[in-house]
Design a protein around this ligand. Structure first.
Ligand code: COA
Length: 260
């Protein structure tokens, strides 16, 4: 896979995707979003990839939002298409069936914060800044930021960030539950890769079903979500990895999962 605005690097079962437009703080233009769409689909269908790290090039920014040059010229119809295209790419990330870790190395604003929220886990450098500043441009988030933010940190806290447009620090984002971990900037990529490698060693089918149970189950009424979970539990019981995991425990050794 070769892309103009993305770098893809492999480290065993972990793929590292870097959005590479540092001159504009890795702002997401249409081309970059489309490259992300194609990269995510390719990584989803590559069985040798078991976890992904997503980050931004340079030391200053993860992604400073959608490209404001493109936003400034939207019409009602293109604006709707633009928002739906962004939502589609973020949905692909959320539903790719493999853990995606956002390594937030700097500004994660607007579409950058929305992209991070579509990832499975978020690790932030202590220097990172997060926020949804759309309101300061006279617009609203369009990549499902109003929805994911409220679901991740709660309605009241989300409304405050969305209505003020304030940037928050990484420790504040951690306090709000917006990021899972904060680490020294110098350790960010090492820690993100290590976490991805840990998740990549887990049983892939079980990982996929946990992601599905949480993401799809949360959108269902509780009794239905329980039936859904029980069905996935039954399905996972048919895997070789389930036999390997339970056998390894009883034999007091580490399991070797094969994704079958
Ligand atoms: N879209 C397009 N270009 C962007 C951008 C974006 N979202 N964010 C930054 N850039 C560009 C700047 O225009 C500037 O380009 P220039 O060198 O040609 O002037 C370059 O990236 C560097 O940004 P700059 O503003 O000079 O850096 P800074 O350190 O002073 O400020 C930010 C950093 C992130 C606070 C500031 O760039 C900013 O507020 N960006 C917009 C964030 C935003 O509103 N995102 C949501 C969009 S919906």
């Amino acid at each position: 896979m070769t892309f103009e605005n993305l770098l893809i690097d492999r480290d065993g079962p972990v793929a590292v995707v870097t959005v590479n437009r540092p001159k504009v703080l890795n702002a997401l233009n249409t081309q970059t979003l489309d490259e992300l769409r194609r990269a995510i689909l390719a990584l989803k269908h590559d069985d040798s990839v078991r976890a992904v790290v997503l980050t931004g090039a340079g030391e200053k920014s993860f992604i400073a939002g959608a490209d404001i040059n493109e936003l400034a010229v939207q019409t009602p119809t293109t604006g709707r298409e633009h928002a739906m295209a962004g939502q589609h790419v973020l949905d692909l990330i959320e539903h790719m069936g493999k853990p995606v870790i956002a390594a937030i190395n700097g500004y994660a604003l607007g579409g950058g914060c929305e992209l991070a929220m579509a990832c499975t886990l978020r690790i932030a450098a202590d220097t990172a800044r997060l926020g949804q500043p759309e309101i300061t441009l006279g617009i609203i988030p369009g990549y499902a930021g109003t929805q994911r933010l409220a679901r991740i940190i709660g309605r009241g806290r989300a409304l405050e960030l969305l209505l003020t447009g304030d940037q928050i620090s990484a420790p504040e984002a951690h306090r709000l539950g917006l990021v899972n971990r904060v680490v020294p900037a110098a350790d960010l990529m090492r820690d993100a890769r290590a976490l991805a490698a840990t998740l990549a060693a887990k049983a892939p089918v079980a990982v996929r079903y946990i992601l599905e149970a949480v993401h799809k189950g949360l959108e269902m009424p509780f009794p239905q979500a329980q039936v859904f979970e029980a069905t996935l539990f039954g399905l996972v019981a048919s895997t070789e990895d389930m036999r390997e995991g339970t056998k390894a425990f009883l034999e007091k050794r580490k399991p070797e999962f094969r994704g079958k």
